[in-house]
Design a protein around this ligand. Structure first.
Ligand SMILES: O=c1[nH]cc([C@@H]2O[C@H](COP(=O)(O)O)[C@@H](O)[C@H]2O)c(=O)[nH]1
Ligand SMILES: [Mg+2]
Length: 240
């Protein structure tokens, strides 16, 4: 089940999910988007480079790409190309395996949940549209362009901001984070939270070694290990 064997986990009361690559299967789309932007300049978006961009705020990733390839583009110009390609592909993104079942289960037991995504609100809303029946499961959603957000992942700010919006506000150690990216893992840990990492198989073990637990899929998650309600055989709850 896990590549990290840490037997003792702390009980949590709140759960904060990353979105891209964790709840929604959007990372292959992002790979295609960035490759489309790079192709006219003759460059390739390697997985090594992608790992440095994943989870970062769009302007930060744009600057990284411009510097990496010495592209003749400003950050706004790069972002305009990036966003145009995202808009072309975003209409029907799927959920990652096991996500729907876990969200329904935790919602049934009234576990407070939030999303902390580097994606900007407008883009997140497009991705969320096919999954709108699941959105009431979240108490709130913090996006990368939130006016109160000072620094993106790997800084801890987005997870601390997400925790602060639960009322009453839980202590960081009572929050469990789900993440797929190395930057997101570092952000969650820096926030003082336990982080379950569900990385793409191409992410090397070195980049996941600090995770509280590493899973291959959300479907492997055992909530009772963190003091959350155990799955029964069939969760009958559905949204209205
Ligand atoms: O291949 C990539 N994947 C993802 C990103 C960035 O990561 C964000 C998704 O972050 P999160 O997993 O926090 O939702 C995207 O909006 C984008 O800014 C990127 O630049 N390149
Ligand atoms: Mg992610």
């Amino acid at each position: 089940m896990s590549t990290t064997t840490r037997k003792c986990f702390h009980k949590v009361t709140h759960v904060i999910f990353d979105n891209d690559g964790t709840l929604m299967d959007t990372e292959n789309m992002y790979t295609d988007v960035v490759q489309e932007v790079l192709t006219p300049y003759g460059h390739t978006y390697t997985y090594e480079l992608k790992m440095r961009c994943m989870g970062k705020l769009a302007p930060v990733a744009a600057e990284l790409m411009i510097n990496e390839f010495n592209l003749p583009l400003t950050v706004p110009e790069y972002m305009a190309k990036f966003e145009a390609e995202v808009a072309r592909r975003i209409s029907n993104v799927a959920l990652m395996p096991g996500v729907r079942e876990l969200l329904l289960h935790l919602f049934e037991f009234r576990v407070p949940m939030a999303i902390a995504t580097s994606s900007f609100r407008k883009t997140f809303s497009l991705k969320a549209r096919p999954h709108c029946e699941l959105m009431p499961a979240f108490h709130h959603i913090v996006c990368g362009d939130d006016p109160e957000l000072k620094a993106g992942k790997p800084a801890p700010d987005i997870f601390l901001l997400a925790a602060s919006r639960f009322k009453p506000t839980p202590r960081p150690e009572c929050c469990l984070v789900f993440e797929d990216s190395p930057a997101g893992l570092q952000a969650g840990l820096a926030a003082g939270m336990q982080v379950i990492m569900i990385p793409d198989p191409r992410v090397p073990a070195e980049a996941t070694k600090d995770a509280t637990l590493v899973l291959r899929s959300m479907a492997e998650f055992q909530p009772e290990l963190f003091g959350l309600p155990e799955f029964d055989n069939i969760s009958k709850f559905t949204f209205g």
